[in-house]
Design a protein around this ligand. Structure first.
Ligand code: CP3
Length: 353
């Protein structure tokens, strides 16, 4: 066996090896579209209990692994999970989504936030990541993840998922120093948390700045990018070899700026064509993505055609096949299976075209 077959296939893509097919996993691959997940959620209706009890979170993380054998297993958790540790409690309410009550709106609240001590406030993460590594061995890479400062601040300030982001934008344009103080506090907490995930066994970490696509390029450069950079710099200082991936939803307008974050790979959403993404990025930066999750409502032929098109455009180096955002509730499980099967057979399918 050569050395490179003794590491998870997904890591070979992050290292820049030429591969016959891209590794594959799916954002939100554990979740409501799976019957086994819905059954387990009925028994354990609290999202925080499901994600913060090691046995449940491990079981849920492994549900898609058993069903589809992805090349990456992402721990079951949420981007909001570290917030109680800094003094921002949250809940996830069926049909409403995340709720933070009271939301963060004043300087006093920001000044009362604590630094994150992951060993004390997130002890379950260690058990989850260590066990996942044992369970999957070299058959898959174990991914950790965090929310980026802008997106976590958006939840903390809005108090819930928002369409207009008017509260955080009001703060950005009336009290920018206050917002910067919150973003800076979150950036340091997130960097600490990424390092902790790596120490506990995460082999790749994805940072979700899901709502940074809501910013103009100018404001992205002021409120999102510097804090992504702070996280990346702080993590790379002690953990230079762990690949970091950055995802933004609706990234087309800020796509070129994303590369300045310092991450190793950009998770491309479907508002950017994969060929265009490649042209716009330096060749040392990898790409992940970017099939529209809506495509999984289409026929198997449609799903296959879109996957092969994406793979052709991405090329055979530094590409991880994924969706352009999380898989949607209501997606047929056979379509998810088709996504993974097509990726695994991509070399033969492309040769046959
Ligand atoms: O990929 C995986 O399998 C890991 C699971 C995962 C969850 N949240 C589980 C979850 C991941 C990677 C996340 C990240 C996350 N959480 C993001 C970034 C990714 C993105 O979608 O842009 C964001 C913005 C959140 C915040 C959040 N948490 C939202 C918007 C929701 C959905 C609310 C809803 O009801 O649809 C959550 C809750 C949540 N996190 C669910 C899951 C499976 C659904 C609630 C449930 O199953 O009970």
């Amino acid at each position: 066996m050569t050395e490179s077959t003794q590491i998870p296939y997904l890591l070979r893509a992050t290292r820049g090896e030429t591969l016959s097919r891209p590794p594959v996993w799916m954002m939100r691959q554990a979740g409501r579209y799976m019957q086994v997940y819905r059954d387990l959620s009925e028994k354990y209706p609290s999202f925080r209990e499901r994600s913060e009890t090691p046995e449940l979170a491990i079981e849920i993380s492994l549900q898609p692994y058993r069903a589809f054998q992805p090349d990456g297993v992402i721990m079951f958790s949420d981007i909001l999970t570290p917030l109680p540790g800094v003094g921002i409690p949250f809940d996830i309410v069926e049909s409403k989504g995340p709720i933070i009550d009271p939301p963060i709106r004043s300087l006093e609240q920001i000044q009362q936030l604590r630094p994150l001590e992951p060993e004390a406030s997130l002890p379950f993460i260690k058990t989850i990541l260590q066990t996942l590594r044992q369970e999957v061995g070299n058959n898959a890479a174990v991914l950790g993840f965090v929310g980026a400062p802008w997106t976590l601040a958006a939840y903390a300030i809005e108090g819930r998922t928002s369409k207009s982001y008017s509260n955080i934008k009001r703060m950005a344009f009336t009290e920018p120093a206050m917002l910067h103080q919150l973003l800076s506090h979150l950036a340091s907490a997130i960097a600490t948390y990424v390092c902790y995930q790596i120490d506990c066994g995460a082999q790749v970490v994805q940072m979700f700045d899901s709502w940074a696509g809501q910013l103009s390029p100018q404001d992205y450069a002021a409120f999102a990018l510097p804090y992504q950079q702070q996280v990346v710099k702080q993590v790379k200082a002690t953990h230079p070899d762990t690949p970091l991936i950055l995802y933004i939803s609706g990234s087309a307008g800020v796509f070129d700026l994303m590369a300045q974050s310092g991450v190793d790979m950009i998770s491309v959403d479907w508002t950017v064509d994969m060929a265009d993404a490649r042209n716009r990025l330096d060749s040392h930066i990898g790409v992940q993505g970017n099939v529209d999750p809506g495509v999984l409502f289409g026929s198997k032929e449609t799903i296959r055609a879109r996957i092969l098109d994406t793979i052709r455009k991405a090329g055979n180096k530094r590409h991880i096949l994924n969706l352009g955002h999380g898989i949607l509730p209501g997606t047929p499980e056979e379509s998810a299976a088709c996504f993974f099967e097509t990726a695994k057979q991509a070399d033969q399918l492309l040769a046959g075209c």
